[in-house]
Design a protein around this ligand. Structure first.
Ligand code: ADP
Ligand code: MG
Length: 249
């Protein structure tokens, strides 16, 4: 089952992972009200669809005024969006996430998945995050760091620190990364997830790490154990993404 970015971020917050303040809006008016409730003078308007690649497709817009927030929300809501990750399918935009805009110094990539080859829960990270991680994997595979977790011992903080130093982070950022990874590991196990991806996990100009995007897939065979996750199902998009999944089979 697929989740929207706002749902992923809610789950992250439930597991003690700091996420930028964000509010979901289903109309341009709600979008403006959301921006008014979020301090600062820069907001991001993000189309909520079950596919990445929204930035390049016009589904992530930085707004510098309430009027811009309204205009971007209006342009997205009620339309359909195809991205390079949606296999040619245009997905309906029923809501947008209004979030605080941040000043980004650098974008990292971090994911957790079940690695079938090693039969372990594995973290994948890369200092060259941002939009197309697949390209980095092809052109510069050494930049991709992986960490296989021993299931009996569980994820250990020293392993997170090692990952942080491998990514070139400073001591404060390593502490933040450790908190994020420990939270993600617990979330992944307790909710029977199949994939969690933070792309980007940003380094802000003030030096802090920030979870700017979040993607979650859960294991469908375990949905019966998680009524809270089942309640997040977006039927309209689930139908479309089933078609999408069958295209990859
Ligand atoms: P997608 O992966 O679907 O393209 P993202 O949420 O990753 O969507 O956004 C695309 C890009 O937009 C990010 O790589 C980042 O550069 C920028 N971005 C996303 N969220 C914010 C934010 N809150 N503030 C500033 N820039 C952002
Ligand atoms: Mg992204």
């Amino acid at each position: 089952m697929n989740f929207h970015e706002y749902q992923a971020k809610q789950l992250f917050a439930d597991y003690g992972i700091a996420v930028p303040k964000g509010i979901v809006a289903r109309s341009p008016e709600e979008a403006v009200a959301a921006a008014k409730a979020i301090p600062g003078d820069l907001w991001v308007v993000k189309a909520q669809i079950h596919a990445g690649g929204r930035g390049k497709a016009g589904g992530v817009k930085l707004a510098r005024s309430f009027d811009e927030v309204r205009d971007y929300a209006k342009a997205m809501l009620g339309t359909k969006m195809a991205t390079y990750q949606s296999a040619g399918i245009a997905l309906p935009i029923d809501c947008v996430l209004i979030s605080e805009g941040t000043d980004i110094a650098n974008e990292l990539y971090l994911s957790v998945l079940t690695d079938r080859a090693s039969k372990t829960i594995t973290f994948i990270a890369c200092a060259e995050g941002g939009v197309e991680i697949e390209k980095v994997a092809e052109e510069n595979p050494d930049a991709i760091k992986s960490l296989h977790v021993n299931y009996v011992q569980g994820l250990q903080p020293y392993q997170c620190r090692q990952m942080g130093f491998d990514l070139g982070l400073n001591a404060k950022q390593v502490g933040q990364l450790t908190k994020i990874m420990m939270g993600l590991y617990k979330l992944f196990n307790e909710k029977d997830l199949a994939l969690v991806e933070l792309n980007p996990l940003a380094i802000l100009t003030n030096g802090d790490l920030a979870v700017l995007d979040g993607k979650i897939n859960s294991d469908d065979n375990a949905t019966f154990r998680h009524p809270d996750l089942a309640a997040m199902r977006d039927i309209r998009q689930e139908d479309e993404t089933e078609v999408l999944a069958s295209k990859y089979d």
